[in-house]
Ligand binder design. Structure first.
Ligand code: ASP
Length: 437
């Protein structure tokens, strides 16, 4: 059994957090590869090391002299080293980094040092090997991730290492320049290492106990989702539930490796397991999750005998395509077809779109409904449960919420309801309390 454990910045913000992490890693011998982020915030007012590095580099590049922020960065690492009682010095690294900043080697290099230094400390503390990401994560010249080379090299390298710490967030380009993934990119490195190690599980340790059924800013103390499928996760994240970077999901999803989201500050909590497939339904509810977003517009075209008119849908969509617009949903009735678009897609184009739709589809009417919020009620269990949709609609009606649109995906994995922006929060609360016991 092999587990790859990625720890986020808040899990490694100071020496006390490092101790928690070491306890977690060493309590399970299958946790063989550890991917750390850079130290995050210790409290609300604090600054993440990554942000300090960007600022420090920017100021150094501007003035030609090393920024005073550099001293603060050093201090944070040195504090961790001394509080952990480690017998190492990063002075040589600091010196090299300082010189590289003055020589303006690039902001990606600058930001990457947060993970690099942290991984060095972590490997020392755990007694694991240190594998520099610059030796095992590669980018093409055009900046895209070089998967074939990375997997070839990393696979071989991991075979030589029983236990290792690999810094997250960065790799190297073909011409030896350090390059980072997007912000939060240690998640991606973790997923790549899990895939290369052919891991049984990719653990993603953070400061929450997993994915919640609904947004805690809307529903007070929502329950946790214990098991989630990749497809459900996709439905929920499209609707705004941010869990992991999409790029971070891809490598493990492709390899069929489950992701386990866990809380460093409450390791005994079960967390959320994300899997390709499961026959088990969640215990607390037939719904897996509820997520949503405000700011949509519904354009509805009505035309008598539309169902018999060949090419109507194509003509409608053609107008959108020609104007470079994507659409979210396409609910239709016998003589109506609606397209749901994101408000920002329509901005400045409304008049053109309407007149082009008029000309190419010749509808009896076109109506525009703005300020629509979409809510996705997601659950693999709905397929086998009768009456879920009815219960959703009744619950909303009982609260006097007007449903402006309904769309059920053919996979029966979700029901999408459109309500007024102003009813958004109330709708989510209502659905949650109706279904989650
Ligand atoms: N430290 C980097 C950031 O703040 C990457 C990460 O934490 O995943 O974006």
């Amino acid at each position: 059994m092999i587990k790859v454990a990625k720890f986020g910045g808040s899990s490694l913000a100071d020496a006390a957090q490092f101790r928690k992490v070491a306890k977690i890693v060493l309590s399970d011998p299958s946790r063989r590869y550890v991917v750390p982020s850079a130290p995050g915030k210790r409290n609300k007012e604090d600054v993440k090391i990554t942000d300090m590095l960007y600022a420090c580099y920017e100021e150094t590049a501007r003035t030609g002299e090393i920024s005073p922020v550099f001293g603060k960065i050093k201090q944070r690492y040195d504090e961790i080293i001394s509080e952990l009682g480690l017998n190492i010095s990063l002075e040589k690294d600091y010196e090299a980094i300082k010189n590289a900043f003055i020589a303006r080697v690039g902001k990606d290099y600058a930001a990457s040092r947060g993970e690099y230094l942290n991984a060095k400390i972590m490997s020392e503390f755990l007694g694991f090997d240190f594998i520099d990401a610059a030796e095992v994560v590669f980018f093409n010249d055009n900046g895209s991730f070089d998967a074939p080379k990375t997997y070839n090299v990393m696979r071989e390298r991991l075979k030589d290492s029983e236990r290792a710490v690999i810094p997250g967030f960065y790799g190297v380009t073909a011409n030896d320049t350090i390059k980072t993934f997007s912000r939060g990119g240690s998640d991606i490195t973790g997923a790549i290492v899990a895939s290369a190690a052919d891991a049984d599980e990719y653990e993603n340790w953070t400061d929450v106990s997993g994915v919640m059924i609904a947004d805690p800013r809307i529903v007070e103390n929502p329950k946790n989702i214990s098991v989630l499928t990749y497809r459900e996760l996709r439905e929920l994240s499209y609707m705004g539930a941010t869990v992991l970077n999409e790029d971070a999901i891809f490598p493990v999803k492709k390899a069929g490796i489950p992701i386990h989201i866990k809380n460093t500050n409450a390791p005994e909590d079960e967390g959320t397991l994300i899997v390709t497939h499961t026959d088990k339904n969640n215990e607390s509810s037939v719904l897996t999750g509820i997520a949503g977003k405000k700011g949509f517009t519904v354009l509805t075209l009505e035309k008598d005998m539309m169902n018999e008119e060949i090419g109507f849908g194509r003509r409608l969509l053609n107008v959108l395509e020609k104007n470079g617009m994507s659409f979210e949903h396409l609910p239709s009735g016998i003589d109506t077809m609606s397209v749901v678009v994101n408000d920002h897609e329509l901005e400045g184009k409304e008049d053109v779109i309407i007149s082009e739709l008029m000309a190419s589809t010749m509808p009896d009417s076109i109506s525009i409904e703005k300020n629509i919020a979409l809510i996705a009620v997601v659950g693999r269990g709905m397929k086998n449960a009768k009456g879920t949709a009815a219960s959703v609609f009744r619950a909303l009606a009982d609260e006097d919420i007007n449903i402006r649109m309904i769309d059920q995906g053919s996979s029966e994995l979700n029901i999408i309801v459109g309500v007024d922006n102003s009813d958004f929060e109330k709708s989510i609360k209502t659905i949650y309390s109706k279904f989650v016991k």
